[in-house]
Design a protein. Sequence first.
Length: 294
Amino acid sequence: MTRRGKVLRLFLFALTFLSTLLVGLEYAVSYYHLPLEDPDLLWRQVAAAPSLLCWGLWYAIPVMAILLVHELGHYLACRRHGIIATWPLFIPAPTLLGTLGAFIRIHSPFPNRRALFDVGVAGPLAGFLLTVPVLAVGIGLSRVEPVLTGGGGGLRLGEPLGLSFLTKIILGQAATGTVWIHPTAFAGWVGLLATAFNLFPIGQLDGGHLSYAVLGQKGAAILSVAAVLGLAALGTFVWPGWLVWALMVTLLGLRHPWVYADRRLDRRRLILAAIALLVFTLSFAPLPIRTDLF
């Protein structure tokens, strides 16, 4: 990778950290009830007192760490197999999450299906292994209040099985109330969302790499089309955001590039494939976000 490419990636990393820091501050203002004069003038107050940004670290650091570890998993797997890959490229965005994620670019073909599998599985598993403790810490810092019965409105996050399990384990019976998640728990939720998105068995997503390595070219192509149709159905009947995701992955391409099939995957890799499927099940929420009127 050229020096210019490295500088660009470092710049985008810093810019993404800033965008997630600002998003984290907005959540912290609501969660901690920070005594700001006027939330509508938040950014003027930040300009006057930059130390306020420290409140955004509760979200920015864990979410950036999860994305970085995910991409480093891919990068190190590429290095292990002699595959040329770039440093992670982060995408800042003025969205609910402060980022559109990160990715690496691979500049050489996969030598075989085993290398393809190793690269595909390393990112989601590495990211998930960090997401779990981040979620656990965030849930422990979250507060529980009586169930709201009327008035007001709010943004509710979907509950993947992994989040539900951890909430019940850590909060116990208290989880039956309304859980106001800490900004760090929100970062963990973003980690689950990113993991689920990447593990869809479509095209050149991580899940597409895994399905090609396990099922071969024909099987992966069939599963890819079926997954997009499933996303379209979810987008039509459950959450419109899935339609956007289905369109994006379709534009990126549903077919996976051909990879030399030298040998079948060994037992260890098949076990890891099953673990990846379990991780997807724990991370996926059919309705990720909804706005409720309480």
